[in-house]
Design a protein around this ligand. Structure first.
Ligand code: GAR
Length: 210
């Protein structure tokens, strides 16, 4: 680095943290010109916090408040304050299993991204890999999109296809999709950090692939 300020990522997750690990490792290896400055989880013993701490990252549990599927107002304020205090340029949702509302999104306009384990708009919501297997599609994949107040409805930044194989179980298909996520998510974040992606409404251009 030539003294330039790094592009700062705040990563939010509720699960095991394989996406965080891929993103942080890509940053550390110089493949993505960014740094993870804060990891937040609504789950106190989530693997994502351990994956962050193993890498020397600041990783904190922030209680979600009184609701089951979203952050309550007080919690939302604490998440926004922590991310602002860390000076994040981009909020990266990596398996964060709570819906973020307008106030949170308004604090980081066009700067909250999510990864979803299907080719949206097919199979939004929970366990998208299981939905794909049960529907019988032959190709599924993963999608990186800007977060908006809907469930998995924001403008699509990039997608990667994954085949569904004859012998697949929900677990084998999920693992194959997660391998694709570990390639796609760092690549999209790198393109955003380099200013290569343009968003005009739902029309997104400039991503050249992972
Ligand atoms: C990922 O597969 C991600 O696509 C999914 O949660 C997993 C988190 O894994 N997100 C959603 O289903 C959001 N609707 P990780 O904790 O190992 O990164």
């Amino acid at each position: 680095m030539n003294g330039e300020r790094q592009y700062r990522l705040g990563v939010l997750g509720s699960g095991k943290g394989s996406n965080l690990a891929a993103i942080a490792d890509a940053c550390a290896a110089g493949r993505v010109p960014a740094e993870v400055t804060l990891v937040l989880s609504d789950v106190p013993d989530a693997g994502i916090l351990a994956r962050g701490r193993e890498r020397g990252l600041r990783a904190e549990h922030l209680a979600p408040g009184k609701f089951r599927t979203k952050l309550d107002e007080e919690a939302e304020r604490r998440y926004v304050a922590a991310l602002r205090e860390a000076g994040v340029d981009l909020v990266v949702l990596a398996g964060f299993m709570r819906i973020l509302k307008g106030d949170f999104l308004g604090a980081f306009p066009q700067r909250v991204i999510n990864i979803h384990p299907s080719l949206l708009p097919s199979f939004p919501g929970l366990e998208a890999w299981r939905q794909a297997l049960e529907y019988g599609v032959k190709v599924t994949g993963c999608t990186v999109h800007l977060a908006d107040p809907g469930v998995d409805t924001g403008p699509i930044l990039a997608q990667q296809a994954v085949p569904v194989l004859d012998g697949d179980t929900a677990a084998t298909l999920h693992e194959r999709i997660q391998q694709a996520e570990r390639e796609l998510y760092p690549a999209v974040i790198g393109a955003l950090a380099r200013g290569e992606i343009q968003v005009q409404g739902r029309r997104v251009t400039g991503f050249r692939g992972s």
